[in-house]
Ligand binder design. Structure first.
Ligand SMILES: Cc1cc2nc3c(=O)[nH]c(=O)nc-3n(C[C@H](O)[C@H](O)[C@H](O)COP(=O)(O)OP(=O)(O)OC[C@H]3O[C@@H](n4cnc5c(N)ncnc54)[C@H](O)[C@@H]3O)c2cc1C
Ligand SMILES: *[C@@H]1O[C@H](CO)[C@@H](O)[C@H](O)[C@H]1NC(C)=O
Ligand SMILES: *[C@@H]1O[C@H](CO)[C@@H](O)[C@H](O)[C@H]1NC(C)=O
Ligand SMILES: *[C@@H]1O[C@H](CO)[C@@H](O)[C@H](O)[C@H]1NC(C)=O
Length: 338
């Protein structure tokens, strides 16, 4: 029996743990987490499937990982599990004032899309008060962070997995495991001393507006977005290089003003909650294997963190690749002992 530890129980940790259970025969998987749902960054995310704030992560990897997630969500939807899993299929309109806008290649993985015409762009520019130069409406999924975590945790535990609430100070604490998978998000900065991981602050407002069946995002300096889902609509949002998790009043007012221009009907929506989350941003996603040696001691680690503003979008694709790396490390470890 192989023993695998996963550190972290956000979307990246739980999907990785499930992918390992599904791929590696004869293994027990234990998750160690400082915080679990409803207290992780994942719980704050609207959960829109759209690659966002991924910096230098190679475009073809982003397309591959996000496609795997999209196909997984479509499968759950077809199986009739959308409600329980927090999945909602809907059109998303996204537009930008960036002159260098190019049609993203991940559009090919979606169920369909229409590039915005000059006329559409003019109409939205006028309403929003900024000059938009490119955009697209595509079919996408919303996969609500606060609902997906309990859903996947149940599946993980039903498969024989264990979740232990514990803060890991030092990776050496887990040296008894065959492989340790590092899904600590922003925590990677402290735990692994990876100073490439830096927070991008996101303040949002959760409102009740059950008449919203179409999401909108403006990607510009004057950003704003309205994301519909089953339990609430998310109004956002900031993207600041800042690590304050306190709700800011100026941000509140900006979000409400910008979003009511985008979708005027949300003016009358009832506010449920103001929240702030810190996206685990990195120059690129770190998904790789490492053997850490300390004297005679070896720890085999698979890193899977730094998913910025798209941890939910990339989760299932990255989890499958992490599970492959775990399997390879086990093969190498036990081959040398034969
Ligand atoms: C406002 C906002 C909106 C967003 N919207 C979207 C969206 O629409 N779509 C999308 O795809 N993404 C979105 N994101 C991004 C997404 O939330 C993140 O990329 C994703 O949640 C990262 O998941 P994670 O599992 O890496 O991190 P987390 O959810 O932060 O989980 C990290 C886990 O590691 C644990 N941990 C850390 N250090 C240690 C340690 N030393 N010992 C033990 N446990 C540890 C934590 O307790 C936690 O369990 C949004 C983010 C924000 C802030
Ligand atoms: C989430 O955090 C709150 C406030 O710190 C705490 O009371 C609650 O027990 C936590 N929930 C879980 C499941 O850890
Ligand atoms: C996870 O990776 C980060 C970055 O390298 C590191 O600081 C941290 O110690 C790692 N944690 C574990 C449990 O491997
Ligand atoms: C809203 O618009 C203002 C300019 O009117 C801008 O400064 C701000 O960044 C926008 N977005 C948010 C979320 O505040």
């Amino acid at each position: 029996m192989y023993n695998i530890a996963v550190v972290g129980c956000g979307v990246v940790g739980i999907t990785s743990a499930l992918a390992i259970q599904n791929r590696v025969k004869k293994c027990t998987v234990t998750i160690y987490a400082h915080e679990v749902s409803p207290n992780t960054t994942t719980d704050i995310a609207g959960g829109l499937w759209e690659p966002y704030l991924l910096q230098e992560t190679p475009e073809e990897k982003v397309a591959e990982w996000s496609k795997t997630t999209y196909d997984y969500l479509l499968r759950l939807w077809i199986q009739g599990k959308a409600g329980d899993a927090g999945i909602c299929l809907q059109p998303v309109t996204t537009a930008t004032d960036n002159e260098n806008y190019q049609r993203p290649n991940w559009l090919d993985s979606t169920l369909g899309h229409t590039m915005m015409s000059e006329g559409d762009l003019m109409m939205l520019s006028k309403r929003y008060g900024t000059e938009l130069v490119g955009g697209v409406t595509f079919m996408s999924f919303m996969w609500e962070g606060a609902t997906l975590l309990p859903f996947l945790q149940k599946e993980f535990i039903d498969n024989g997995g264990n979740i232990v609430m514990k803060y890991i100070e030092d990776i050496e604490e887990l040296s008894g495991y065959d492989v340790v998978v590092n899904c600590t998000g922003l925590g990677a900065n402290k735990l692994m001393g990876d100073t490439n991981v830096k927070p991008i602050r996101g303040q949002i407002i959760k409102v009740r507006a059950p008449w919203i069946f179409h999401s909108f995002l403006i990607d510009s300096e004057k950003s704003g977005y309205v994301l519909g889902n089953k339990n609430f609509v998310i109004l956002g949002g900031t993207r600041q290089h800042d690590d304050s998790t306190k709700v800011d009043d100026d941000d509140k007012n900006n979000i409400l003003r910008n979003c009511s221009k985008l979708v005027p009907s949300i003016k009358s929506a009832e506010i449920i909650e103001h929240q702030v989350g810190l996206r685990p941003a990195r120059n690129k996603v770190r998904l790789e294997a490492e053997i850490k040696r300390n004297g005679d001691n070896e720890v085999r680690i698979v890193h899977n963190y730094g998913h910025g503003g798209a941890g939910i979008t990339l989760s299932v694709g990255c989890a499958e690749e992490a599970a492959k790396l775990v399997e390879q490390m086990l093969t190498e470890k036990y081959k040398s002992k034969l």
